[in-house]
Ligand binder design. Structure first.
Ligand SMILES: Nc1ncnc2c1ncn2[C@@H]1O[C@H](COP(=O)(O)OP(=O)(O)OP(=O)(O)O)[C@@H](O)[C@H]1O
Ligand SMILES: [Mg+2]
Length: 258
């Protein structure tokens, strides 16, 4: 279970989260949608303790993240796969070494088991032959998939995907969507997926939450979100450029009324 409880977070004058509350149940895939700059990445960075709330808290697996010691936080991070928005790979390491890094740190598998796990994880994201190449030799979409392979290689209980399909072609995006569904159905992974891609949101989400002005504007099943009557949520999911007026007020100041 992952839960944000009344989280506030500002950077200087900039208020980002303002009473953000959301519960992600075990086995669920919670999709978070919202405008660019609304604080989606900030919200998930709190889950792994990369950011600390100004007020409120975040609870993962029953543990109060902001109050964990360094060591406890380190252990918690071992159970969370984090797919960064901008695939943060080590340029000086091969793809295979990048994917293996977390497993080596865990120190529970033998070298042969790690090699096997790395191969298997890269196959899952449809990149079976890139182990010995370097990040600079891959396209942006391929690097993104390596970031996903690295997260799933740990067989984590939780996976946080920050825009896993942004910048990918439609077919590769669909492959990633299927992978996220497989992680949930076969391995029982609980995940949070940040996306702008509504097609992906409807495909992978068990529920969808919209972050707006620092809070959850609405959270519901795919059906509930698709049928929402909230104008802010409607506008976002339909990708309309402006909010329609509630109702035309009179006939304006033109000459029509005479
Ligand atoms: N470490 C930081 N220091 C200062 N400001 C930050 C920091 N991290 C995020 N912000 C600010 O917080 C706001 C929310 O950023 P965030 O990255 O969470 O947006 P987002 O919803 O993920 O947007 P996008 O969809 O573009 O990825 C932005 O105004 C950003 O500039
Ligand atoms: Mg972001």
């Amino acid at each position: 279970m992952i839960k944000w409880v009344d989280v506030y977070k500002s950077f200087g004058e900039k208020k980002v989260l303002q009473g953000f509350t959301l519960d992600v149940a075990e086995g669920e895939t919670m999709v978070i949608i919202g405008y660019s700059g609304s604080g989606k990445s900030v919200a998930i960075k709190h889950v792994v303790g990369l950011l600390e709330p100004d007020a409120g808290t975040v609870v993962v697996d029953g543990k109060d993240v902001p109050s964990l010691s360094r060591r406890e936080l380190y252990n918690l991070r071992g159970s969370i796969g984090y797919v960064f928005q901008f695939a943060a790979l080590f340029d000086s390491l091969t793809i295979g070494e990048n994917v293996a890094m977390g497993l080596r740190k865990q120190g529970t598998l033998t070298a042969a088991e790690i090699a096997h796990r790395v191969q298997e994880s890269l196959e899952l994201v449809d990149l079976p032959n890139v182990q010995d190449r370097y990040p600079a030799e891959l396209s942006g979409g391929m690097r993104k998939r390596v970031g996903i392979a690295r997260a799933v290689a740990l067989r984590p209980k939780y996976i946080l995907y920050d825009e896993p399909t942004t910048g990918l072609d439609p077919v590769t995006s669909a492959v990633i969507d299927q992978l996220m569904i497989r992680m949930r159905d076969r391995l029982g992974v609980t995940s949070v997926v940040i996306t702008h891609d509504m097609r992906s949101a409807y495909t992978v989400g068990t529920r969808i939450a919209m972050l707006y002005k620092g809070r959850v504007r609405q959270v519901g099943t795919v059906q509930e979100i698709q049928h929402t009557t909230d104008p802010v949520v409607r506008q976002f999911i339909e990708g309309r450029p402006t909010i329609e007026e509630e109702e035309p007020v009179g006939s304006g100041t033109g000459g029509a009324r005479g």
